[in-house]
Design a protein around this ligand. Structure first.
Ligand SMILES: Cc1ncc(COP(=O)(O)O)c(C=O)c1O
Length: 404
């Protein structure tokens, strides 16, 4: 292999995915140059014992030297996280959204308990299906009722189910999430059933950070966690926040040597920077993401693309959903083949049918840019290669990685 293979790949990736593509994956975002610099910094080569490691039960001496700055970085990242999420405790140690979920579930259950969450067939996270996290932790998975016609939890039926089933843990949140939940009946049911209510904000963390979508901690969730790289424009990783001293202590007890050891300090420093950026323009960003979703939904729809939930304003999040059956009827393609066709024009979408507006917004796209994007989308959908026009549109946003 050429000694420059990986560096060449990096350049090819940056040229293609950054300069030539328009990314509509809702799981991805663009990080600032500062965040990217921190990711490749010396922090990524160092160890330290995380702050509060003594919660693990016995006092742990930090056996590493040279940790003064690293330790401060963790403390400061937590401080900014507390300010952004207006909460009492924040933990920046989870290596990803999935690990944040593991930590939170380990902290709130024991073997044999039942955990209920939305089914993956209703857009819920696959990790909560029986054969994944529940099997590893010896838990029984149960499914919350859903109303696909409005793409939302059936809150009243879910409340009744929680009262009957009395699961130890109830998880709200999903991978395909368009509208906020009515948490009031769920909170009340969890209180009466002795179920801990937690919110997986993997997808909507950036919206919540900006004060949009919903306020899970204020609406009854004891823990909020999520990925820091989807609607939240940070490095890939996870974050947990809570107002509860008891939950914070339970989380801390399950960090060092249980679910994590080294937590990758370059990621933590980069997350601190992204949190600072969020504290500066998070509210404007989050509002714009939602406006862009609604406008893109309208523009695509008016051009014949089957975007669902027009009567509900298409979306209140960074995601839109295409109707796969309609898509097949119009274009004769499965959603998978459709996404491959779009990639030929450098319009990057997933094979679920979701379209995401978080990265567009981060790059500077506003509602006025949506008609042009929708034109390109529809032409690419018909099988025309519009790569050059996609690049021309992308080029207009030369403030790469910056929200303004
Ligand atoms: C709802 C939900 N929870 C958790 C995760 C896991 O997050 P990560 O990919 O950061 O590990 C995902 C990933 O897509 C998700 O959609």
């Amino acid at each position: 292999m050429k000694s420059t293979y990986f560096l060449d790949s990096m350049r090819a990736q940056e040229k293609w995915r950054v300069e030539e593509c328009i990314n509509l994956l809702p799981s991805e975002n663009a990080a600032s140059p500062q965040v990217r610099a921190l990711l490749s910094s010396d922090f990524g080569n160092r160890y330290t014992l995380p702050v509060n490691a003594e919660y693990a039960g016995e006092y742990m001496e930090n056996s590493y030297r040279g940790t003064r700055i690293t330790t401060d970085v963790e403390l400061k990242a937590e401080e900014v996280a507390r300010a952004v999420f207006k909460c009492k405790h924040a933990c920046v140690q989870p290596l990803s959204g999935h690990i944040a979920a593991m930590i939170s579930i380990v902290a709130t259950t024991k073997r044999g308990d039942t955990v209920c969450a939305l089914s993956e067939t209703d857009g819920g996270y696959d990790g909560y299906a029986q054969s994944y996290i529940p099997d590893i932790l010896g838990l029984k998975a149960s499914r919350l009722p859903f109303r696909p016609e409005v793409w939302n939890l059936d809150a009243d039926a879910a409340a009744r189910q929680i009262k009957n089933e009395r699961p130890k843990l109830t998880i709200l949140g999903a991978s395909l999430i368009l509208f906020p939940y009515d948490m009031e009946p769920i909170k009340e049911a969890c209180e009466s059933a002795g179920s801990t209510l937690i919110y997986d904000g993997a997808h909507v963390l950036g919206l919540i950070a900006g004060g949009e979508f919903q306020r899970p901690l204020k609406e009854g969730s004891e823990i909020l966690y999520g990925s820091t790289h989807k609607s939240f424009f940070g490095p890939q990783g996870g974050l947990i926040v809570t107002d509860s001293d008891e939950m914070d202590a339970a989380i801390r007890r399950n960090l060092t040597w249980r679910v994590v050891d080294n937590v990758h300090w370059n990621r933590v420093a980069a997350l601190g920077q992204a949190l600072l950026e969020m504290s500066k323009f998070g509210p404007a960003y989050a509002k714009q993401v939602i406006k862009n979703s609604k406008r893109l939904g309208k523009e695509l729809s008016s051009r014949g693309l089957p975007i669902m939930f027009e009567d509900l304003g298409y979306s209140e999040s960074h995601q839109l959903l295409m109707d796969r059956r309609e898509l097949k009827a119009i274009y004769g393609l499965s959603i998978n083949d459709f996404s491959v066709r779009m990639e030929k024009s450098n319009l990057i979408i997933d094979a679920v049918g979701r379209l995401g507006t978080c990265e567009l917004t981060r790059l500077g796209f506003r509602e006025k840019d949506m008609p042009e994007l929708a034109d390109l989308f529809v032409e690419a959908a018909k099988g025309k290669n519009v790569k050059n026009r996609v690049k021309a549109l992308r080029d207009k946003f030369d403030m790469a990685y910056r929200f303004r």
